[in-house]
Design a protein around this ligand. Structure first.
Ligand code: NAD
Length: 505
């Protein structure tokens, strides 16, 4: 469904979106690939600062009418968007698989999790209700309201081409803002597809816009005076940069960064269930999830048995083209494939035990896709790069700990704090863990504890810069600002001069 402007090239050239397709005018392009085959599938124009400013101008022009559109009408358009997405979710999932590589069922799951935020945003009339106090002072009433900000920017990573933008734009739009989305240049088509869907749902032109590009486009949004707020998701160094630059330019910023998520398995846990979940959470989406488990902490004397069970399951996974019913797809680019292979080399060289090796496996795909199979290391220690770094690939490291205390110290010493999980049948231990662990999202026998749309998503420490998490009521708060109105309808008793500070009476 993504419309393209066709030049003479062998592959289509994509565009930006501001009221409709908007061609790139400059000569900077990047290539979009199908990671399962290695084929180049499209050329993507990378916006100049001037082009990004034009898209911001379209969003600015649409803001006054959109903020004054009734809540009833805005909610109806979000409802219509939901209906269309339900009808056509499969198309979007296919686009995601074609550019990201994740298997189709996983892409469909991503769309469904994004749809939950759309459904939450359908309740915007309720979410935006203010409060009113009658007779705060004699015949004086006070009302609090929340109003939209204006143009808001969303900068998203490659690993969730639909879901991450959908953490933000349904709420931003429903609350009366206009949006400029800068998707990852690796996976741009989902954003353009969503823009077309909004148009079909009846959203006025200029309310949802897409600017494609790289650092130049991001910097243009970070410094543009008409962009009032930025929601960023990506790696920690860029999240920190976006937070510091955006706030220095007077913007409200929430910047979600990288992760190193630990799963603790206590000796009393059901080891078969724990092994299943470690494999699902470690290798789902080829480990390219910010909530993936990348470090498993085996407590006590269970490690030999648990590692054996994980290894059996990992070896049975089928890796290949996500359109072929495989369990796991490729990595997003050749560079990512090489980076992950490099970490496997480093883990071996550092002296950990390579139990399952994902290099040079057999992959169910045509062409030269960017595959690394499931990889399992045991006897990993905290000084090794496979432990310290966010690898973002199908590499699970098992660290052995003698006690619960040792496990929690490891997690709390980690610079990231996105997600974590504990597997145990001991309620007291689980409760202690949830109380003591310094991480934003915690699972008790749930390996990937992504909050529902009506709660808020976000990590601690280097996994989030800013103080507001994504979606839920924190999302509504982020995309609105408060105003308090004090009202008195004058009558003769209010006359007289008094320069003192008003006293309540
Ligand atoms: P990335 O940081 O490379 O890119 C994210 C966005 O920033 C992209 O739109 C990209 O174009 C832009 N960008 C890249 N370099 C830039 C620069 N120098 N200046 C300005 N903008 C720049 O991240 P990625 O590789 O696309 O995504 C993977 C990362 O995202 C992982 O670290 C993962 O943990 C993280 N992530 C975090 C969450 C979360 O909720 N915390 C969710 C998903 C992904």
């Amino acid at each position: 469904m993504v419309a393209t402007t066709q030049a003479d090239e062998a592959v289509p050239t994509l565009h930006h979106w501001a009221g409709g397709p908007k061609d790139g005018r400059h000569d900077r392009f990047s290539e979009v690939t199908n990671p399962a085959t290695g084929e180049v599938t499209a050329r993507l124009p990378l916006a100049s600062e001037e082009e990004a400013a034009e898209v911001v101008a379209a969003a600015k022009a649409a803001f006054p009418a959109w903020r004054d559109t009734s809540l009833a009408k805005r909610a109806q358009i979000v409802f219509r968007f939901r209906e269309l997405l339900n009808e056509r979710a499969g198309e979007l999932a296919e686009l995601i698989t074609a550019e990201h590589g994740k298997v189709l069922s996983d892409a469909a799951g991503e769309v469904a999790r994004g749809q939950e935020v759309v459904e939450f945003a359908c309740g915007i009339p309720h979410l935006l209700k203010g409060s009113m106090t009658e007779n705060a002072s004699t015949r004086v009433d006070v009302t609090s309201i929340r109003q939209p900000l204006g143009v808001v920017g969303i900068i998203s990573p490659f690993n969730f081409p639909a879901m991450v933008p959908m953490w933000f734009f349904p709420i931003a739009i429903a609350a009366g803002n206009t949006v400029v989305l800068k998707p990852s240049e690796k996976v741009p088509s989902a954003a353009l597809w969503l823009a077309e869907l909004w148009k079909e749902a009846g959203l006025p032109d200029g309310v949802f816009n897409v600017v494609n590009g790289d650092k130049t486009a991001v910097d243009a949004l970070l410094t543009h005076p008409d962009v009032k707020a930025l929601s960023f998701v990506g790696s920690t160094p860029i999240a920190r940069y976006v937070y510091e630059t955006g706030t220095a330019h007077g913007k409200r910023v929430q910047a979600l960064g990288g992760a190193k998520n630990h799963m603790v398995v206590l000796p009393d846990a059901d080891l078969d269930l724990a092994a299943d979940q470690a494999v699902n959470a470690g290798f789902g989406s080829a480990g390219e999830r910010c909530m993936a488990i990348s470090a498993l902490v085996a407590v006590g004397d269970i490690a030999d048995v648990l590692v054996g069970k994980i290894a059996d399951r990992a070896k049975a996974l089928r890796t290949g083209d996500g359109r072929r019913g495989c369990d796991m797809g490729p990595l997003v680019t050749k560079e990512a494939q090489q980076r992950v292979s490099g970490y496997i080399d480093a883990g071996e060289a550092a002296g950990s035990t390579l139990v399952v090796d994902g290099r040079n496996g057999e992959f169910d795909a045509e062409g030269s896709g960017f595959f690394v199979g499931p990889t399992l290391f045991d006897h990993v220690t905290p000084d090794m790069s496979i432990y310290t770094d966010e690898i973002f690939g199908p590499l699970l490291s098992v660290v052995r700990a003698d006690t619960y205390e040792e496990a929690i110290e490891l997690i709390n010493a980690n610079p990231y704090g996105n997600g974590t999980a504990i597997f145990t049948n001991d309620g007291g231990a689980a409760r202690r863990f949830q109380n003591e662990v310094e991480v934003g999202m915690v699972g008790i026998n749930v390996p990937v504890p992504v909050p529902m749309a009506y709660y808020s998503f976000g990590g601690w420490k280097n996994s989030l810069f800013g103080d507001t998490h994504a979606h839920g009521t924190e999302g509504v708060h982020f995309f609105t600002r408060g105003k308090v109105v004090t009202t008195r309808w004058l009558d003769p008793s209010h006359g007289g001069i008094n320069l003192g500070f008003p006293q309540n009476d």
